[in-house]
Ligand binder design. Structure first.
Ligand code: ADP
Ligand code: ADP
Ligand code: MG
Length: 536
């Protein structure tokens, strides 16, 4: 342990070798024994600055400080701390000029809040009314077009889907006239197409104003940010925001779980993107062959090519929102009847839906005990509760959980049932980057140990890469026509999806896939060769 932690650490084996010297000096402490923050991110002219780390580690606190909403107390809550004390301390550092402006109360920040689901609870008018006061630079019309919001202007906010709310919240923030912009996650509820569109807008904005962003989709953060600050520590107890690192190096250190400059290991294992051959699956027994099927809902029709699902494999599912992924899951589960074609074999399916209710007063433990008889076994403790960090939540009523907590409970419930096929619709939603790494490992292990087949629908390319043996690809026109193709081996499946998306990935020396800049030399070379993903 590091001597600061008062509880068991949330990581497998946190092993903070030594605390860097600058940690002698906290930036802020809430109350006598409250959360302590060390270090601050630095907004930089012309740049996107990323913050990479778990939730509860002080990201929002640092933004409150940088926006002037909270005067930092330097960890000395008992004393009166003035801006002069703070400026004395930061004399000669990169943040000095910025803090000086802040102390003169001349900094304005535009914030995109993390939980867009809260917007309908505080605002009941139309999209047009919500955005009316935000057009401070005359650019709102441009953002509405780029975010495909123009047709939504007269819709009441309360009728919007998660992805629509997210794009409205982004437009509202981008349109403001501020000295710096803080975006607390841009990708939740967005499909890969929409993530790319939002990311490109952030890059454009950064040419005019500094942007600080928290993002847990690492492929997107990688293409978006110039530098990253890594945030580590113990959520709710203390958080350290490191000095900025180049985005490639920073993300690689994060995946490695070790920060060499700080001499800190914060995870017991490294996350590796294997250059695997993806042929292991062919030796596996077939669980289920599904036939060619069609299904129509009003204007939308889905066409499924036939395919097979093998025992013990994890199938990644990629495709836009509204393209028929959930409908396909419903066909496999037998809860939706196809118009043509028919499933001849019934398999037992356990399904985690995309949108979670969580409106029961029952506790987490009560819900889990209802779904499994193995609750008291060490298998359950080590393979389900621990990787999902649920032990501390067992007594909490389900209707008091945050989005990320509810997601982890829903994953546990899904994997606790006895089934032949597990289907998880967007398990990464609301999870921070550390939790995404952990659930990817646990879902793979669960499939292997139980010889259970698993379908994972997700929009985070790194999660799909980490988790999948093979890939199912959805193509077509969202809301109108969808076609399910595959399963394919990883390379052809990823290639097919990315070709339709028009983006290419290279691998860096560590094996990590990175999005190529559109039109760059590598991008053009790979497009010409038809190699959108793996170029081994
Ligand atoms: P993040 O944005 O990284 O999720 P926050 O900065 O919101 O983290 O919070 C860090 C920690 O500080 C959390 O444990 C939170 O409960 C605590 N905290 C935040 N605001 C306050 C406050 N006003 N008073 C006391 N504790 C707070
Ligand atoms: P995805 O999971 O890929 O986002 P879905 O399968 O949920 O897509 O939906 C595909 C299309 O079918 C959407 O346009 C959706 O509105 C429509 N749809 C889905 N279920 C129904 C239903 N029960 N009744 C009418 N339309 C539906
Ligand atoms: Mg869906």
């Amino acid at each position: 342990g590091c001597g600061i932690c008062v509880k068991k650490c949330p990581f497998d084996a946190i092993d903070i070798v030594n605390l860097p010297e600058h940690l002698d000096q906290p930036v802020h402490r809430y109350g006598r024994n409250g959360f302590v923050l060390y270090g601050l991110p630095i907004p930089i002219e012309g740049k996107v600055t990323g913050i990479l780390g778990p939730n509860g580690i002080g990201k929002s606190t640092s933004v409150k400080i940088l926006s002037g909403m909270l005067v930092p107390n330097l960890g000395r809550n008992e004393e009166e701390i003035s801006w002069d004390d703070v400026l004395d301390l930061y004399q000669g550092t990169e943040l000095f000029d910025y803090l000086k402006l802040l102390s003169q109360k001349s900094v304005k920040v535009a914030v995109k809040p993390q939980y867009v689901d809260q917007i309908p609870k505080v605002f009941s008018g139309s999209v047009r009314e919500l955005l009316a006061t935000t057009d401070e630079r005359g650019r709102l019309g441009y953002y509405l077009g780029r975010l495909s919001l123009t047709n939504l202007l007269d819709r009441p906010i309360t009728t919007l889907s998660g992805g629509e709310l997210q794009r409205v919240a982004l437009a509202a923030c981008f349109a403001r006239d501020a000295d710096f912009y803080f975006l607390d996650e841009i990708t939740p509820y967005l499909d890969v197409y929409q993530r790319m569109a939002a990311a490109n807008l952030v890059r454009e904005l950064a040419m005019e104003r500094p942007v600080v962003i928290v993002e847990h989709d690492l492929a997107i953060l990688d293409m978006l940010a110039d530098t990253v600050h890594i945030a580590y520590g113990e959520p709710a107890v203390f958080g350290v925001i490191t000095h900025p690192k180049g985005v490639r190096v920073g993300i690689n250190q994060y995946l490695e779980g070790f920060l060499p400059e700080e001499n800190v290991r914060f995870r017991a294992y490294a996350v590796a993107f294997e250059t695997r051959a993806h042929t292991a699956a062919t030796n596996r027994e077939v669980l289920l062959e599904f036939p060619a099927m069609t299904k129509r809902f009003g204007r939308f029709s889905l066409t499924v090519e036939g395919g097979e699902i093998r025992k013990g494999e994890v199938l990644g599912v990629l495709g836009a929102n509204g393209i028929g992924k959930s409908t396909f899951a419903g066909l496999l589960a037998g809860v939706i009847e196809p118009d043509t074609g028919a499933m001849d074999k019934r398999v037992r399916i356990s399904y985690k839906p995309q949108y979670l209710k969580g409106d029961t007063e029952a506790t987490v433990e009560e819900i889990l005990r209802q779904t499994t008889t193995k609750f008291d076994t060490s298998y359950y403790q080590h393979e389900i509760l621990e990787p999902l960090s649920l032990s501390q939540l067992l007594q909490a009523p389900v209707n008091t959980l945050s989005g990320g907590e509810l997601q982890r409970v829903a994953i546990a419930v899904c994997l606790s049932r006895d089934a032949d096929l597990y289907i998880l619709d967007e398990p990464s939603a609301h999870l921070d980057v550390e939790q995404r790494v952990r659930i990817s490992r646990m879902i793979r292990k669960h499939a292997e140990v139980r010889e259970a087949s698993t379908l994972v629908i997700d929009h985070d390319i790194y999660v799909i890469d980490m988790i999948s043996d093979r890939i199912l690809v959805f193509e077509g026109n969202p809301g109108a026509e969808g076609r399910a193709a595959g399963p394919f081996d990883m390379a052809p499946g990823m290639n097919r999806f990315l070709k339709a998306l028009g983006i290419t990935f290279r691998r860096d020396k560590s094996g990590r896939p990175r999005i190529n800049k559109p039109g760059s030399f590598l991008d053009r070379e790979q497009v010409a060769a038809g190699e959108y993903y793996y170029t081994e």
